[in-house]
Design a protein around this ligand. Structure first.
Ligand code: PGA
Length: 259
């Protein structure tokens, strides 16, 4: 099976940026352009991840529009005394359909590890939320030349115990930590190499069919200027964009990379 048969995802992680009014403005600008040129989304799925307090607002504002809304994080329990946390059911109750899991900022600032990602992936799937599981190495790990080992370990640990049916539902995002928000990117060839390896892990632990069907996204300083180079690669099935998704013009250019 070749790349064109996999779903392409263009996704925007807004992180802890934007207040409610700004979320509304950004969505209305995206919507206006997509209304005028709906074809730029042909064969692609566009997902935005606004800050959690504005998910309901974003879902309301994207009604009648092909943009899909996801959450930036969840807890793995379904409810109870977990102050400050959001359950998977709460996200689906709001209408969110996707959730980021194991983003490096969760790992770096909140001590999350791949065992926790595993619990979260399972909890998301149990509520029919599609997990976008993030993995990636630090600069120090890259310099020690253990990138492959780190990515493989993160994916294997975070996917432990998943059935083939569950694996068929997940999306993976490779995001080298040192490339996030830094303006530095891996070369498209290097990213492609890690994506290939991630697929190899899926093949080894599950099956050829599941490995070939899984969309693997690249993230880390993606911009309108470099998107084409990444999307040319056989193993790259979309992007997870941070900074450049906060401006409608640049995010739209990224969405329309193939026009
Ligand atoms: P960036 O963020 O595009 O600003 O590097 C990517 C991400 O953290 O998902």
């Amino acid at each position: 099976m070749s790349k064109p048969s996999r779903t392409i995802y263009i996704t925007g992680n807004w992180k802890m940026n934007l207040l409610g009014d700004e979320v509304s403005v950004l969505i209305s600008e995206l919507k206006e352009s997509l209304d005028k040129s709906p074809d730029i989304l042909d064969n692609k799925i566009c997902i935005i991840f606004p800050p959690q307090p504005y998910i309901a607002l974003a879902i309301e504002e994207t009604r009648d529009c092909p943009i899909i809304v996801g959450g930036q994080n969840i807890f793995f329990e379904s409810g109870g005394p977990f102050t400050g946390e959001v359950s998977p059911k709460m996200l689906t109750d709001l209408g969110a359909r996707y959730v980021l899991i194991g983003h490096s900022e969760r790992r770096t600032h909140f001590g999350e590890d791949s065992e926790l990602s595993n619990l979260k992936v399972k909890a998301a799937l149990a509520e029919s939320l599609v997990p976008i599981l993030c993995c990636g190495e630090t600069l120090e790990e890259r310099e020690r030349k253990v990138t492959e080992m780190v990515a493989v370990d993160q994916i294997e640990t975070a996917c432990t115990g998943l059935s083939p049916e569950e694996i068929s539902k997940i999306i993976i995002a490779y995001e080298p930590i040192w490339a996030i928000g830094s303006g530095k990117t891996v070369t498209p060839d290097d990213a492609n190499h890690v994506h290939k390896l991630i697929r190899k892990v899926l093949r080894r632990n599950w099956s050829e069919k599941l490995a070939e069907g899984c969309s693997v996204l690249y993230g880390g300083s993606v911009t309108p200027d470099n998107i084409k180079d990444f999307m040319k690669m056989d193993e790259i099935d979309g992007v997870l964009v941070g900074g450049a998704s906060l401006d409608s013009k640049s995010f739209l250019k990224i969405i329309a990379y193939d026009r």
